[in-house]
Design a binder for this molecule. Structure first.
Ligand code: EPS
Length: 387
């Protein structure tokens, strides 16, 4: 299974093509649009979220509510496009017209300058239009398909915000359905009401000062079988693939599994998860400090992974930069932006993790139809029970 996305933040639409899905999987726009709506929420989101009402149109690969095995094509229209038809015109525009106005002041922290140097672009709009977090819209749509697929096998994906700026939540171990219910009702997707209030105040304060806030989000995947991924080759380790997917999200700078970086401070006797066994549940672990992975493979315990998102790079109190034409110092270009997109980043991270787990599931139990995959999966579960 693989997917590609295309499209710019102020272009006509965002497009994704998903290849390798099995046939006979129930799929309509509704579960995809549910996830797209989740991505648009969150205290601290910018004005663009008042313009868009993201919905995905399925334009290939589905008939009468089920996949056919053909590539699934998705389109999310940019409502904002109508305000950008000259600036983002596909056809060339008049020299000197508004459409030709160049972005020549790169924003620190964004792709602007590096992209301009790499692709030899003197109008940095040609870089920022594609590097924008807007692209995550269709990654969430693709992730929604992956969730649908995983749900057929009892695998659930959930997420929560752990930190925004200097404020960290007071952790609680909750059943996944409880976690989902509580975080869905929180404007910053946390389970800790006290932290929620402080986070909202901190976001409002940052906005008032023209600044931005980042944070940490956690994703949990429950119900995964043992043995997804593999120890035999670097690029088949599922934790490594999830790490790549998470850090590839705009503004993400780090990823950890289970106790993560804390493992550096503890002795092994306080890190490794003891192995237990009983007739009913088979092999289990006495704890899950490994976050569901050993040797690049799932252990059967929940996957627990956290990502760190840097504060959005566009500041209304812009940082120092250099004009790429005159090479003179300037305050960076200001583009419309969010103050804090950490709650949205949690939804995006859930989506990219769901995709990697679904892809590994297909690699292990793959088949052309859902029925074939189901048979392979049941076969494996029986083998594990008899091990
Ligand atoms: C975003 C779309 C963008 C930004 C933001 C998030 O829309 P626009 O550029 O028209 O405002 O609001 O992206 C960034 C702040 C960024 O730096 O990429 C979205 O759809 O999530």
């Amino acid at each position: 299974m693989r997917y590609l996305t295309a499209g710019e933040t102020h272009g006509p639409q965002l497009t994704a093509i998903v290849e390798g899905l099995p046939s006979n999987m129930p799929l309509t726009g509704e579960p995809i649009n549910e996830q797209l709506a989740r991505r648009q929420k969150g205290h601290g989101r910018g004005k663009r979220m008042q313009i868009e009402k993201d919905t995905a149109q399925i334009v290939g690969g589905v008939r009468h509510g089920k996949t056919t095995g053909a590539p699934v094509a998705l389109v999310v229209e940019n409502r904002d496009w109508k305000a950008w038809t000259t600036v983002m015109s596909i056809e060339d525009v008049e020299e000197g017209s508004e459409g030709k106005r160049r972005v020549n002041r790169p924003r620190p922290g964004h792709a602007d300058l590096n992209g301009g140097l790499k692709y030899n672009q003197k109008d940095l709009r040609n870089i920022l239009e594609r590097s924008s977090a807007r692209e995550t819209t269709v990654r969430v749509a693709v992730g929604a398909i992956a969730r649908q697929f995983l749900a057929q096998f009892g695998i659930k994906v959930a997420g929560q915000v752990i930190r925004i700026g200097e404020i960290e939540v007071n952790r609680q171990e909750l059943p996944i359905d409880e976690l989902i219910r509580i975080t869905e009702e929180s404007p910053v997707r946390v389970v800790d009401k006290e932290a929620e209030e402080r986070m909202i105040a901190a976001i409002d304060q940052a906005k008032a000062e023209g600044d931005t806030l980042g944070g940490i989000v956690e994703v949990i995947v429950e119900g995964v079988p043992v043995g997804l991924g593999s120890h035999v080759q670097w690029d088949r380790k599922l934790d490594g693939r999830i790490a790549q997917a998470v850090v590839s999200i705009q503004a993400f700078k780090g990823v950890e599994f289970g106790i993560g970086f804390e493992a550096s401070e503890r002795r092994g006797s306080k890190v490794h998860d003891e192995i237990l066994y009983n007739e009913e549940t088979g092999f289990r672990r006495g704890s899950n400090r490994a976050g569901g992975f050993e040797g690049g493979m799932t252990t059967g315990e929940p996957i627990v992974v956290r990502g760190v998102m840097k504060p959005i790079s566009t500041l209304y109190k812009p940082l120092g930069s250099v004009d790429i034409d005159t090479k003179q110092p300037f305050s960076a270009q200001v583009e419309r932006s969010d103050t804090c997109a950490v709650p949205a980043a949690g939804v995006i991270m859930e989506s990219v993790v769901a995709w990697e787990v679904a892809r590994a599931f297909m690699e292990k139990f793959g088949g052309d139809s859902m029925e074939e995959i189901r048979a392979n999966y049941d076969n494996f579960l029986a083998q594990v029970r008899q091990y």
